[in-house]
Design a protein around this ligand. Structure first.
Ligand code: SAM
Length: 183
């Protein structure tokens, strides 16, 4: 099911937006990456949040390989804190890793069409204190990850973070990168 935000299509539920709002306020990320812009409604939410709440200089970067000129235009008009990049996130691996390294903590919202291969790759880019959220958890019919796939990523030194807060419909898997037990 698809909702809208400020009249713009976004594939989120309002219940989960509350959990996301709480997470953003707690973590206060300096960098936010969205993988899979779609029609841009969720990017608009993230940009608005960034404009209103986050540190000066922090940025939302949202990636989608599809041609989305209208989305790009309205995001540019909505906020100076968001960049739309028309590309697969995997093509920007090196640049994103440097950006995240210089703007910590980072939150990545991973919402491409097929989540697991990209989430696994992105999981390797983050360091302790960063968060990786993967959409449509336990909804493989929407390209979401299965429990077994989630365990593969957890084995890369991630722990589930307040997973009980996320609503069922179109839920996010919320993972925090740990230091692997090192103090
Ligand atoms: C489910 S939609 C995103 C919805 C959006 N996040 C929202 O909440 O409204 C998935 C999008 O992921 C994009 N996508 C697929 N592979 C991608 C990749 N490798 N990098 C970035 N985006 C990708 C698709 O083009 C599609 O527009």
């Amino acid at each position: 099911m698809t909702d809208t935000l400020f009249g713009r299509q976004f594939e989120q539920s309002y219940d989960n937006l509350y959990a996301i709002d709480q997470l953003l306020l707690k973590v206060r990320p300096k960098s936010i990456i969205e993988v899979g812009t779609g029609e841009g409604g969720f990017a608009l939410y993230l940009a608005t949040f960034a404009t209103n709440n986050l540190e000066p200089g922090m940025l939302v970067v949202t990636f989608d390989p599809e041609d989305r000129n209208k989305t790009k235009a309205f995001l540019q008009e909505s906020s100076t804190h968001v960049d739309f990049i028309q590309a697969s996130v995997l093509e920007w691996s090196q640049t994103i890793q440097e950006f995240i390294e210089n703007n910590k903590p980072a939150i990545v919202f991973c919402d491409p069409t097929k989540k697991f291969p990209i989430a696994k790759e992105v999981a390797g880019w983050l360091s302790p204190g960063d968060y990786l959220l993967v959409h449509d958890f336990l909804h493989p019919e929407n390209g979401g990850m299965t429990e077994d796939e989630a365990k593969v990523i957890e084995a890369m030194e991630y722990e589930r973070y307040q997973q009980e807060k996320w609503a069922e419909r179109g839920s996010w898997l919320c993972l925090r990168k740990t230091n692997g037990g090192l103090s």
